[in-house]
Design a protein around this ligand. Structure first.
Ligand code: CS2
Length: 496
């Protein structure tokens, strides 16, 4: 081969030459036992790896069929040309570790592969349907927790139940088939998104969708389908050419879809799987009765500070999380926010060390190799702000305690919606409510009180009772004023 020849593509018959990049040389191709909706980077660097390790440790047919719900045939084809193989590039302070993952057996793109997906979902070998579809994928009405009937995609699925496009529509159609099949056995539905009480939240959305058309089916789902909650954690940025180059150098193969991630990972799962599950507990996942304390700690400590870093950085001009946390004033602010405002709202099992959890987070953020872009975390703020920041603020107000740092984070999001940094650099706002939020923010012409009044009226984000609380309004207004007068960097310095 000359240097101009392209590298061969990563495919299964190359595996024997790749043993230094495999978790173990032994491998028996499993049949598909899991359908995963939302085959993004997170799943591929987290649950898919745990699942491969669990199969290596204890066997089982838990191969994965991954589904993209956005019609992303490019992603499907890239992964299928590699027969489902892809590499995880773990980037730590001591360099990169490349692992080729084999657990993914099939990739489908909805709506194109509708028939194949429903054939899979009807297969009794499929005992788990897991999801990473981001907050907006749940089509939830934030006021009631039920399916959002005013969402046009939900309305479509209710009138075309055999051609669903939404997550609740797909799950209900598949569960109906399972109920009516000879075995009559459902699958377990496993939400792996960053929502509070993600299993219960998904159960409510699915049951309320089913109830619209078929109350008996809704009752059957409520009685027979398990929706365990989980807390998932691993920082997984978007793929760049750097990963493709790292994989090519390390393996000599071309991987069109590698995934970067940090070395750390954690998974806490409620152990309710009537149809069985991979032996995730043997490979580091914690199987517990109640995931709530872990989920709240992660959402509030990690995701809450991540969003804070993201919005302050978009205004103040830090590109990546490691650059932001390297700023001493920003680090002090995030440390103080976790120590003084977030940690006291959490009730953890005795063995859980919150100060150590905080320090580990700060160290993870400082990872210089990861290059996690703030713009990525800043997406979908309308979905992320309530569980990550507002729930903590409500808990602080209820306890009569201060929340100035948390309010600064919300103020930074509101200010971010104007669409430019303090130095006037423009950026895009990516959010399901982007159009409305941008119009509301623009109508305030930068005036703190007007900006606050306009955005607090968005009920999808701010519950009426919180938006009306005088303590909240006062502290938030002061934070908006601070940002307006000093810019983000000045506000961060003033908050130390
Ligand atoms: C991040 C999360 O993009 C974001 O909003 O806060 O994806 C975060 O990296 C993960 O939840 C870490 O487990």
């Amino acid at each position: 081969m000359t240097s101009a020849d392209p590298l061969p593509r990563l495919v299964r018959h190359a595996l024997p030459t790749l043993h230094t990049h495999l978790l173990s040389p032994q491998w028996q191709e499993p049949r598909i036992g899991i359908v995963h909706l939302g085959i993004g980077n997170f799943h591929r660097a987290h649950q898919a790896l745990y699942t491969e390790e669990a199969m290596l440790a204890a066997g089982g047919d838990w191969g994965i069929c991954g589904v993209t719900l956005q019609g992303d045939v490019g992603k499907r084809d890239a992964l299928m040309e590699q027969q489902g193989l892809y590499s995880v590039v773990e980037r730590g302070p001591r360099g990169a570790k490349v692992t080729v993952v084999r657990a993914l057996r099939e990739v489908l793109a909805m709506p194109h592969d509708h028939a194949s997906l429903f054939a899979r979902l009807a297969d009794p070998l499929v005992r788990i349907v897991s999801l990473t579809v981001t907050e907006k994928g749940y089509c939830r009405d934030p006021k009631t927790g039920e399916v959002a009937l005013d969402d046009p995609a939900v309305a479509h699925d209710l009138t075309h139940p055999l051609a669903p496009r939404t997550v609740p529509g797909i799950l209900v159609a598949a569960l109906r088939e399972r109920r009516d099949s000879a075995a009559g056995e459902p699958f377990t539905v496993l939400s792996c998104d960053n929502l509070s009480h993600n299993g219960a939240a998904l159960r409510q959305v699915v049951c309320s969708f089913a109830r619209q058309r078929d109350p008996e089916l809704a009752d059957w789902i409520a009685a027979h389908v398990a929706f365990p909650s989980t807390m998932v954690d691993r920082i997984v940025p978007a793929t760049t050419d750097a990963e493709r180059a790292t994989v090519a150098d390390a393996t000599g193969y071309q991987d069109a879809a590698p995934v970067p991630c940090e070395p750390f990972r954690q998974w806490v799962i409620e152990d309710r799987f009537p149809g069985g599950r991979p032996a995730w507990d043997t490979v580091g996942a914690q199987l517990v009765d109640d995931v709530t304390p872990f989920e709240l700690a992660k959402l509030r400590m990690l995701n809450g500070t991540h969003s804070t870093l993201a919005y302050l950085s978009m205004l103040g001009g830090f590109d990546t999380i490691d650059a932001a946390i390297a700023d001493p004033a920003m680090r002090d602010l995030i440390h103080a926010m976790m120590t003084q405002e977030i940690a006291p709202t959490l009730t953890m099992p005795a063995s859980f060390d919150l100060p150590a959890y905080r320090d580990a987070l700060l160290e993870r953020y400082a990872n210089p190799a990861l290059k996690h872009r703030c713009a990525q975390i800043a997406m979908d703020g309308s979905q992320k702000i309530p569980p990550r920041l507002l729930a903590t603020i409500s808990a602080r107000i209820d306890a009569g305690q201060s929340f100035t740092h948390l309010a600064l984070a919300v103020a930074a999001w509101m200010t971010f919606l104007r669409g430019h940094a303090d130095d006037d650099t423009r950026y895009e706002i990516s959010d399901p409510l982007a159009g409305r939020l941008k119009t509301l923010a623009a109508s305030a012409h930068g005036e703190p009180q007007a900006l606050m009044d306009a955005l607090l009226s968005v009920r999808e984000v701010f519950p009426a009772d919180l938006a009306a609380r005088p303590e909240f309004r006062k502290v938030l207004r002061d934070a908006l004023q601070l940002l307006r007068e000093n810019g983000a960097r000045g506000a961060i310095a003033a908050s130390r």
